[in-house]
Design a protein around this ligand. Sequence first.
Ligand SMILES: [Zn+2]
Length: 135
Amino acid sequence: MDPQATWDVLLQAWSKRNWNEVAELSESLLDWLAKGGFPPETNYPKELGVDWDSAVALAACGFAWCRSRNVLENEHGIPADVPFSLACTKCLDDGPKSFDDATQTGWSQIEYYPAGKAERFIGLCPACSQRASKP
Ligand SMILES: [Zn+2]
């Protein structure tokens, strides 16, 4: 295994919200580290030492694995341990404060979006949804 390549692909998978890949890669890296494998350089090009890299890789992979499992195990892809805050991808309006309220009021395409600045979920509000469906 190339832990550096795995780490780099893991970060890309996280930013692309490819949760199956995040779960798989973080588990591989955790196994690798548990068997005494050398860690990836987590803050390349800064060289912070193997102890730092091990600690960061372990913590990040543990977190990424848990979060990806929570997304994958929820039927709507909504991790239960993340506070719900929603914004429309088109008009940026804020949505209701719960997934159930959002779906009941006509929001669609709701997705966990951890790389967002403020809101943690994105979706399509009822108004933008209507606009999109008109010819
Ligand atoms: Zn909207």
